[in-house]
Design a protein around this ligand. Structure first.
Ligand code: PLP
Length: 407
């Protein structure tokens, strides 16, 4: 069985909802991946930022296997000895009081978009079924029907209607637009502190502080989706800490499961989350002991290995090296911590093609929106490994420049 055989077999049984690079991966350890033909690659994308601890981190694998041998799943029909310690840790790290455990990031977002209107009706006094949530243009919060209903990307919505009403999109990073969009029926502003899938878009400095003030002034919940930006990725444990604000709700996912299994959380204050009563929400797998054991270990690792600090220092190094690249293709290099996007001039070069070529130089990553190549390596990556990835990227750009005759 070679690479093409697996790709052909997959195409027969799986609709092409993704456009993966033509590699068939087989093994991962630390920052590295191996394909079935024995080729080795540096992982500079980490499953859209979910493998922050590197592949198969021994402590996470141990937590997973030890818990799997004891107790993996009970549902929330019963209590377990893992849930309280996990949620206590999540609350003490983030500054919140309560959390609802889910599995995927999208489920964490769905939880937030149920909690916010409940608070709107029961506390703010919004008339029944009139609650509105404001979101940002070019957002990415997942793929469920409700979530794509407030996407502004036409291909995410095409043919999936009728869509869920009650959402309004404003330009990202624009505090004035938020204030203008708020009505007496607005229950929440749901936003990514840095937009990931849109192309690693960093908002203007001070914007988080301003939106915090505006939401407080108008009695609107500020809910941050930190599924990608949270847990050290941007150089702080949470991106909201860059401006010392406290949101009213926080969604975490991806790295929370240690790159081993899906674990997500919606965190908030007690006065908000205690409105959720028996029967209002749930998930068979949400908060399962296996997920909690891995989540506890993930939180411990983040703190003990100071991965936020690593992301800050190595991210600054990577950013400065990327900015030194002298290429007429590059329009902008932006990001925070170990989460960086290189934006190319439209029409000159295709991000997918860059990634496709980089794999021959031993580095894997993925474009977003065709013109941006993203870098989100494990937070455990070494400087030498970053240098290897940078060389692969640099050499790829020069190669394309040479073959296209651009001076
Ligand atoms: N929210 C953000 C900010 C994301 O980037 C993603 C996934 O990329 C999600 C939510 C959805 O997470 P999942 O794919 O685990 O459902």
């Amino acid at each position: 069985m070679n690479t093409q055989d697996f790709i052909t077999r997959e195409a027969l049984v799986s609709p092409s909802t993704y456009t993966p690079l033509p590699v068939v991966l087989h093994e991962g350890k630390g920052s590295w991946l191996w394909d079935i033909e024995g080729n080795k690659y540096l992982d500079m994308m980490t499953a859209y930022s979910a493998v922050s601890f590197g592949h198969s981190h021994p402590r996470l694998v141990r937590a997973l296997t030890e818990q799997a041998q004891k107790l993996a799943l009970t549902s929330r029909a019963f209590h377990t000895d893992q849930l309280a310690p996990f949620l206590e840790m999540a609350c003490s790290l983030s500054g919140f009081e309560m959390a609802i455990p889910m599995n995927t990031g999208a489920e964490g977002v769905e939880t937030a978009v149920k909690v916010a209107p409940r608070w709107g009706y029961e506390v703010k006094g919004i008339p029944d079924n009139q609650a509105e949530i404001i979101v940002a243009e070019n957002n990415f919060h997942g793929r469920t029907t409700t979530i794509i209903s407030f996407s502004t990307e036409p291909i995410y919505q095409k043919d999936f209607g009728p869509l869920t009403p009650g959402f309004k999109a404003i330009p990202f990073g624009n505090a004035k637009a938020l204030e203008e969009a708020i009505t007496p029926n607005t229950c929440a502003f749901l936003v990514e502190p840095i937009q990931g899938e849109a192309g690693i878009i960093v908002p203007p400095r001070g914007w988080l502080k301003k939106i915090r003030e505006i939401c407080s002034k108008h009695n609107v919940l500020l809910i941050l989706d930190e599924v990608q930006s949270g847990l050290g990725r941007t150089g702080k444990m949470f991106a909201f800490q860059h401006e010392n604000i406290m949101p009213d709700g926080l969604i975490l996912g991806k790295a929370l499961g240690g790159g081993l299994l899906p674990v997500s959380l919606f965190l908030s204050r007690k006065d908000i989350l205690s409105l959720m009563t028996p029967g209002s929400h749930g998930s068979t797998f949400g908060g399962n002991p296996l997920a909690c054991a891995v989540g506890i270990e993930a939180f411990s690792l983040l703190q003990e290995e100071h991965l936020d600090q690593r992301a800050k220092e190595l991210g600054a190094y990577m950013m400065s090296e990327l900015k030194k690249i002298d290429s007429s293709f590059i329009r902008e290099v932006r990001g925070k911590g170990l989460w960086i996007g290189v934006d190319f001039h439209k029409g000159l070069i295709n991000g997918w093609e860059v990634c496709e070529r980089m794999r021959f130089k031993g580095a894997l990553t993925k474009d977003t929106h065709e013109t941006v190549v993203r870098f989100a390596p494990p937070l455990t990556i070494t400087k030498e490994e970053i240098d290897f990835g940078l060389k692969a990227f640099r050499d790829t750009l020069y190669e394309i420049e040479q073959s296209s005759g651009i001076p």
